[in-house]
Design a protein around this ligand. Structure first.
Ligand code: SF4
Length: 319
């Protein structure tokens, strides 16, 4: 799957949670994707589809239940000692709720410099100068360094979270719904900042979101997850112009269109049926209970992710 020069390779990744006697929650169940250096892969899907668990397992924050994640050729879940420490510097995460992820009792400078201190990257005057530099990079200024998180707006807090991630001089950042908690007017500012930083610093992103409209602006390719499985993955332009999986079509039809003339001609696909539980899921396609194209085979066989056209992968028995 677009394997040439992949920087991140996710192969048959599984993350299961035991949730009671003989009950297993299959949050991520055999997911495959690659990300090239300097690329952004958007990962989208409804709440509970496993995208956040996937991102955290890629980061090594969760042990994998199966499969592997290769970061620059090395298995993330087998790292030890110095190699593990290097990875925790090179791979960073930005969280959804900037307020919850910032310690309210720490000043902004100590929050941003926490990783710098652990990895002993700078000390003394160089340390505070580096904090000022990072504040400047994310559009804040040095007067903000001695303030506390509650003194900032949601958008500014997310900028602090980004500065904290950049402090480690990473190559790769998992952006875990970084704009979901922000006002719509602020979302574009944060996305534009991430795009600018990527260009300047050559960063690679896994950008997780449930909102397909904003993902389009930042992603080179987009993967759509449904109940722990990858339903479709392709270039961003292709996904929005020619979605093939019935679930992707429904998600895209729900995006509001600003122009009323376009909006009138656009038909919203309403998803019918129950969302199945990811606990002990039934065999077959996980989308079967909500799909209007469902066939007998869909209840029996789990569709495999297949390349339908160049760089366009779909898991559906219609193709
Ligand atoms: Fe619908 Fe069957 Fe395709 Fe699943 S495999 S999306 S149920 S047609």
């Amino acid at each position: 799957m677009s394997g040439d020069k992949a920087f991140i390779q996710v192969k048959d990744l599984k993350k299961y949670f035991n949730v009671g006697r003989k009950a297993t929650l299959k949050a991520v169940d055999g997911v495959n994707f690659n990300i090239k250096k300097g690329e952004t892969l958007g990962l989208v899907g409804e709440s509970g589809c496993g995208k956040t668990t996937c991102g955290r397992t890629v980061m090594g924050l969760y042990e994998a239940s199966g499969g592997e994640v290769l970061f620059d050729g090395t298995n993330v879940h087998k790292l030890k000692g110095k190699a593990k420490k290097d990875f925790t510097k090179r791979a960073q995460i930005i969280f959804q709720d900037p307020y919850a992820s910032l310690n309210p009792r720490m000043t902004v400078s100590d929050i941003i410099a926490a990783g710098i201190d652990i990895h002993r990257l700078y000390s003394g005057r160089d340390r505070i100068n580096r904090v000022y530099e990072l504040l400047n990079i994310v559009g804040l200024n040095k007067e903000h360094a001695d303030r506390f998180p509650h003194e900032f707006s949601g958008g500014q807090r997310q900028r602090i979270g980004i500065a904290r991630a950049l402090a480690m001089e990473p190559d790769f950042i998992v952006c875990d719904e970084p704009i979901s908690a922000l006002d719509v007017s602020i979302q574009a500012q944060v996305v534009n900042l991430l795009i600018k930083l990527q260009k300047e610093l050559g960063l690679t992103y896994l950008f997780i979101a449930h909102d397909l409209s904003m993902v389009r602006h930042i992603s080179d390719r987009v993967g759509v997850m449904y109940l722990g499985k990858m339903a479709e993955i392709t270039k961003s332009t292709k996904l929005y112009e020619n979605p093939l999986h019935p679930y992707t079509k429904a998600l895209l039809s729900a995006i509001p269109v600003p122009e009323p003339t376009v909006s009138r001609g656009k038909k919203r696909i309403k998803l019918e049926g129950e969302v199945p539980s990811p606990i002990n899921p039934k065999p077959g396609c996980r989308f079967a209970s909500r799909c209007k194209y469902v066939k007998d085979i869909c209840y029996r066989e789990t569709p495999k992710l297949k390349e339908i056209e160049k760089d366009h992968y779909v898991a559906c028995h219609l193709y």
